[in-house]
Design a protein around this ligand. Structure first.
Ligand SMILES: NC(=O)c1ccc[n+]([C@@H]2O[C@H](COP(=O)([O-])OP(=O)(O)OC[C@H]3O[C@@H](n4cnc5c(N)ncnc54)[C@H](O)[C@@H]3O)[C@@H](O)[C@H]2O)c1
Length: 315
């Protein structure tokens, strides 16, 4: 039960870290399997390989897995060019990565499995049902879901104590936060190992109980949807709404541009889920979002969203 977990070292000390993983790593592992090679999966695979893990990147679709690998190569090349990645790290990272469309091969020897498949409960349940049949009892299983309940995915597992959420942010290579989402059944040991793993990736774990949207998506999506409603009501232009938050609130990026990066289809899926779970009008998907997704304007990945990304990549 999550109530038994040590989530807060000292609740009376406002300066204490909310959660600090234990020093000793109870179960060291060297291999990670990443399932799904899209926007998030390729980035997760990259940072794991950069941290020295042997990584197998798996996708049901051969083109996607090849594209994922290509994106990693491009990221690393850009990092080297900008002087942010040492050429030797580029080499060891690529050497530590392999791709496959064979699930058994992907999972072989993995101490941790991170799933980054589409945001659909049924897809995730089916994946973990199949994964549990193929991994050892000690393998930790994690989902990168942005909003789906950890407990509802864990319902297909025989050993749900080894399951939790590792919610990475986009772009994974740059973003330092990982929400570590603990379900009802997540064990203390699983939490400790996973949090330690996150710090090894040079990222900061924030531990959240399993609630719809966790901490970040619930707040972030609320902001994005309100920005869309403001656009529908002609309150201001796309650019001005974004600049208002960037300059007025010091957000590094406005809510509409962020939606373009996340993907309008991904955001629509999360909004629909939060609306059904929390029942708040705040999360009812605006008409403009539904229309743009239906027209294929899913943001940066399609070339068009609230901004036009086709020519310069950042307009
Ligand atoms: N896009 C974001 O900014 C973001 C941020 C945080 C978390 N997430 C979450 O990460 C997950 C992945 O999102 P994404 O944006 O990378 O999606 P995406 O559509 O870019 O990639 C999903 C990949 O999964 C593959 N796939 C489909 N069925 C599969 C299966 N059964 N097994 C393995 N792979 C399968 C697809 O071929 C595709 O390559 C979602 O749960 C999403 O909510 C996304």
């Amino acid at each position: 039960m999550t109530d038994d977990l040590e989530l807060t070292p000292d609740p009376n000390d406002p300066n204490a870290d909310w959660y600090a993983p234990k020093e000793a790593d109870p179960r060291a592992f060297t291999r990670v399997a990443v399932l799904g090679a899209g926007t998030m999966g390729h980035g997760i695979a990259q940072v794991c390989a950069m941290a020295g893990y042997g990584v197998r990147l798996y996708d049901v679709d051969l083109v996607s897995v090849e594209m994922g690998m290509e994106r990693i190569r491009k990221n690393l090349d850009k990092g080297v060019k900008l002087g942010k990645v040492a050429p030797a790290v580029r080499e060891t990272t690529l050497a530590g990565l392999s791709t496959t469309t064979d699930l058994g091969e992907a999972l072989s020897g993995a101490g941790l499995v991170v799933e980054a498949a589409p945001e659909k409960l049924e897809i995730k349940k089916e994946i973990f049902f199949r994964v549990e049949e193929k991994v050892g009892d000690d393998t930790i299983l994690a989902t990168n879901t942005s909003s789906i309940s950890i407990d509802s995915i864990a319902s297909v597992l025989e050993r749900p104590g080894r399951f939790l959420g590792l919610h990475f942010f986009n772009p994974v290579f740059i973003m330092e936060l990982v929400e570590v989402v603990v379900g009802e059944a997540t064990s203390q040991e699983t939490l400790d190992v996973a949090a330690k793993f996150v710090t090894r990736l040079d990222k900061e774990p924030v531990v959240v109980r399993d609630t719809p949207g966790f901490a970040s998506s619930r707040l972030g999506v609320a902001l994005g949807l309100e920005a869309m409603r403001m656009l529908e009501a002609n309150v201001a232009t796309v650019k001005d709404i974004d600049r208002a938050m960037e300059l007025g609130y010091r957000h590094p990026m406005g809510p509409l541009k962020l939606t373009d990066l996340v993907g309008l289809d991904v955001r629509l899926g999360i909004a629909e889920y939060l609306f059904s779970e929390l029942g708040s009008e705040v999360f009812r998907p605006p008409e403009i979002l539904r229309r743009m997704v239906a027209e294929g304007k899913t943001g940066k990945k399609s070339g068009v969203g609230f901004y036009d990304w086709r020519e310069v990549g950042d307009r």
